[in-house]
Design a protein around this ligand. Structure first.
Ligand SMILES: Nc1ncnc2c1ncn2[C@@H]1O[C@H](COP(=O)(O)OP(=O)(O)OP(=O)(O)O)[C@@H](O)[C@H]1O
Ligand SMILES: [Mg+2]
Length: 235
């Protein structure tokens, strides 16, 4: 029933506490929004789930056979590095042990093309990565996260500094993917993601809040000067 279970999780970076006693369960095919202030521990939570950061205390459980795709918060590319869109997407397929001159199978390439078509970026297939706009690059990074057909997709602020039309395209696309995938998305744009999510958590070191969208409404009046937390109000 649950894809992810987090129990009494604490994470310290040296003496800095990033997460404290976090408990969370994420259902299969849940679309979970993760909000909270800068430095609140959102990225850390995803990194723990990915096995990139070790918990100091507590445990995490991810259902067996659940592969995870990840779109990181910051992806730095040398814009002049000569690599095209197809190759970036196929990088998601690289084996754990990196081999020089790794060859991708024609099956992998076919799958990459299918995903590009789905995401509306097939026209950029052979384009150098340095010649894409921010929104186009973001779609390429989502495609890379999908190449292994993960059951769980985690995205860390995928629409920061992206125009509202492209944002909507990305959320609509995620909603479609949500038919057979569990999705965790970190965002500061509660207003944007509200109609897509099933539930939301607010993290500021501890998990301070969990609720279902049906119990919530956007409180637009205080949206401008208040934090993300007060954007939501219980019905
Ligand atoms: N590698 C690290 N080493 C030391 N401290 C770290 C490291 N990564 C994160 N931190 C600290 O842990 C805390 C949580 O950081 P995290 O990146 O998880 O926050 P966040 O909620 O994703 O913030 P933002 O909204 O700014 O992306 C912060 O105080 C941060 O400075
Ligand atoms: Mg972050």
């Amino acid at each position: 029933m649950y894809d992810i279970e987090v129990k009494d999780l604490s994470v310290y970076y040296g003496s800095v506490c990033a997460l404290k006693n976090v408990n969370l369960k994420v259902k299969n095919k849940e679309f979970l929004g993760i909000i909270g202030p800068n430095g609140g521990g959102k990225t850390t939570l995803l990194k723990v789930l990915l096995g990139l950061v070790k918990p100091t205390n507590g445990s995490i459980f991810i259902k067996r056979d659940n592969t995870v795709g990840y779109v990181p918060q910051f992806t730095f590319f040398d814009r002049d590095f000569p690599i095209n869109v197809m190759d970036v997407i196929l990088m998601g397929k690289l084996p754990k042990k990196f081999k020089l001159f790794h060859r991708y199978s024609s099956q992998d390439k076919k799958r990459a093309e299918e995903i590009m078509k789905k995401l509306g970026i097939i026209e950029f297939k052979n384009r150098q990565i340095g010649q894409l706009s921010g929104g186009q690059l973001q779609k390429v990074l989502i495609a890379r996260a999908l190449i292994n057909d993960p059951k769980i997709l985690m995205l860390d602020e995928p629409t920061a500094s992206i125009d509202s039309k492209t944002k909507i395209e990305i959320y609509e696309m995620l909603k479609k993917l949500n038919k057979d995938k569990t999705i965790l998305i970190i965002s500061h744009d509660m207003q944007d993601i509200f109609s897509y999510i099933d539930s939301v958590i607010y993290i500021n070191k501890t998990l301070q809040y969990y609720n279902h969208r049906n119990n919530l409404k956007l409180n637009k009046k205080v949206f401008k000067n208040e934090t993300a937390y007060t954007e939501l109000k219980e019905r």
